[in-house]
Write a protein that binds this ligand. Sequence first.
Ligand code: SAH
Ligand code: SF4
Length: 355
Amino acid sequence: MKPSIYGLKNDELTEWFVENGQKAFRATQVWDWLYVKRVTSFAKMTNLSKELIQLLEENFIVQPLIQKVVQESNDGTIKYLFELHDGLLIETVLMRHEYGLSVCVTTQVGCNIGCTFCASGLLKKQRDLTAGEIVAQIMQVQQYLDEKETGDRVSHIVVMGIGEPFDNYDNVMSFLRIVNNEKGLSIGARHITVSTSGLAPKIKEFAENGLQVNLAISLHAPNNEIRTSIMRINRNFPIEKLMDAVDYYLEKTNRRITFEYIMLRGVNDQKEQALELAKLLADKRHLAYVNLIPYNAVSEHDQYSRSKKADVLAFHDTLKKKGINSVVRKEQGSDIDAACGQLRSKQMKKESTEA
Ligand code: SAH
Ligand code: SF4
């Protein structure tokens, strides 16, 4: 199987051209065709020679994803289901905000972290996505928007789809550099957020990468007892180790971190836990931001339910009184299964009953 050219960083593409006896400026032209003009085949790159087009076709494909399902929600959210060359399915979501259009990308097929509240966690990791397959999700969405000719542009990215991005670190880093490249899609690093379940050593490595990309950490609990019960990863990287990595990151980058906290009724949503969370984050409160997330019901995990509204408000209020910045996240696209992994698991169930 030929790799997608979307997986090459700008300098890697230039290197490939030079190694194959081509002039470096040809790489610049191809980059422009891919990310500015956004054509979907080499044959459409009209300022290249036939020989060069043939050489590219022999070595690469452009778009590696096949669009299987598109669902548009009343609030403008669009959800895509894509098929990979080996038949596996992934999903990508476009959300509309006041500040722009944001795309949620998938980084792995399934996830091995196994959080007990997550639909993706039910599906063991089948493989990592290549950098090209992650970039291709953004390109598919942008090309879909291009066809509508409304001038819409993907301006933000959240790496919050299926998978643990720091368990596919190198490919995710290549992806970030490709979409951030200013001669291409030029999506600002400050407009990109990577969410991790808390792989402490990778958080430290990420602190060194030099990109101004935002980091979000799925904390979901203020102590090890609750966190281990809902996130298996907490056995390997308990809260002390995680906070040690967080402190390192903050010291290195001085950038704000978002802590994600799914509100699970009766599990982590009481005043006692809000106070414990405030205490945990007290020494970094000027750089910490808590995102209180409504739980999206996953039919396979019926032990959980969404927190009562009053409990969410009280939790938020307690954090505020303790000087911790927090926000209750608005939901989007819930009528089209916008929660992590849900469209994919639905499609797979459909296919298994059809089979
Ligand atoms: N693996 C990474 C990124 C993908 S998950 C991580 O865990 O951070 C992105 C976010 O969706 C995480 O904060 C995750 O906890 C949250 N999430 C997973 N299942 C959810 C559900 N059923 N309802 C609401 N949020 C969920
Ligand atoms: Fe994996 Fe994130 Fe889901 Fe946990 S919440 S199982 S880390 S995708």
